[in-house]
Write a protein that binds this ligand. Sequence first.
Ligand SMILES: Cc1cc2nc3c(=O)[nH]c(=O)nc-3n(C[C@H](O)[C@H](O)[C@H](O)COP(=O)(O)O)c2cc1C
Length: 486
Amino acid sequence: MDTRPHRARSWISCGQIGNTPDNTAGVNLLNLDGQLAIGRGGTVTIGKKTPSPPEGFPLYAYVPPLHPENLGDPRFKKTYHLRYAYIAGAMANGITSVEMVEKAGRAGMLGFFGAAGLSLDQIEAAIDRLQESLKDIPFGFNLINSPNDPELEAAVVQLYLRRGITLVSSSAYLDLTLPLVHYRVKGIHRDKNGTVVCPNKVIAKVSRVEVARKYFSPPPEKLLAQLVARKMITAEEADLSKSIPMAEDLTAEADSGGHTDNRPAITLLPTMIALRDELTEKYRYSRPPCVGLGGGIATPDSAAAAFAMGAAYILTGSINQSCVEAGTSKTVRQMLAEAGQADVTMAPAADMFEMGVKVQVLKRGTMFPLRAAKLYDLYRNYDRFENIPEKQKAVLERDFFRKSFQDEWEQTKKYFAIHDPKQIERARKDPRHKMSLVFRSYLGQSSNWANSGDPSRKIDYQIWCGPAIGAFNQWFSPNRVRVWNC
Ligand SMILES: Cc1cc2nc3c(=O)[nH]c(=O)nc-3n(C[C@H](O)[C@H](O)[C@H](O)COP(=O)(O)O)c2cc1C
């Protein structure tokens, strides 16, 4: 046997040297007179035949073409009839608008309408429009955990079931709730071949391993028993549910805009994939959940890195807020376009203010993060508004509320009278709770001012976004050095 090195070699003949516009061919790495060169096209010959330049060149490596539709897990794309393994994540208050969901769907991607923060009527109007316009093109809705308003969460699930919404992105759950399990298992049955069919699909968004474990497991028996006892599902539906995971698929959410645990993607995704493998082995699922990645994805490089790490699909949020389809204002888009990676920070969240939960927001060009932090600080240190030092109270009334505390309370009451009247009753007995509702009202309005582009309140804009926006701006910058030709 001839063991001399380089005896059997690959050669490429008729290849073109340098960059060509032919995107269908792969890329060849060649030896061109002792120098490395890139070529495309040609015929590869393996073995002793050695055509000499310019008819042929020694070939070091060949990289086949890889188009965006070839990225990601084919099972994921098949399940949702997608061309691309790409999700446009839900953004509250319709920032992920019907227009954005339509555009994503028509482009072969999956968009989740940003239902959080909207009324049932507004959500139903979005359902009307998307069912009418997209028909069989896939789309989904956000189902967000509402620990402060469990009735709303149950009502949203009823709405989705009634209107045939069969795909949701579930988010902000720290534990599985009865409405979420109800949604997932309602209608589960066996088809004529005996295969278990679960019509409602949940793509869970999770940043904690202990929560992912619940989603990768079958729906909890305790909640199934409650649903049967309340006649919300049949005993057969409960029984069949034991063979499926709670989530059809799961997005590991790393450091992102909005609610985030600021987890690094590079540690989170492999852990979630390993957990999926462990629980698939345990429960012997016929279709193991796909694991995708969201958080920080903003450029071709970060998308490629996510897929290289094993993401079945990718999900984006912050960068989509810059799109013309996003349900936000021109001013917000302009502010986002100027942001760098360090121009974001954590600020108290309106929905879970008392619990000290934070959201990631833009800090450049707005005082919101500082003001929100001040309000949380005051809430922690004083048991009622009246006990806050006079000077500080004056600042709040002049700069934050732009009206007296009493007038702000009257306005806050009007909001809660419609959305959650129990809060007003509680505030009557508990002055600290009253102060908290007024502070939360400022936080809530600050998102509306941003979305509507109220020029008089630009200084108070609350704009959720993560460092992804800075990475995107750098990549998109006209000053960026682009190296196209090697
Ligand atoms: C403005 C904004 C609003 C968001 N609102 C929601 C929401 O209502 N529900 C939800 O599940 N995720 C929400 N997210 C998170 C996104 O769906 C997505 O998971 C996240 O933005 C991905 O990380 P990235 O911001 O680094 O791209 C929001 C994100 C942003 C930027």
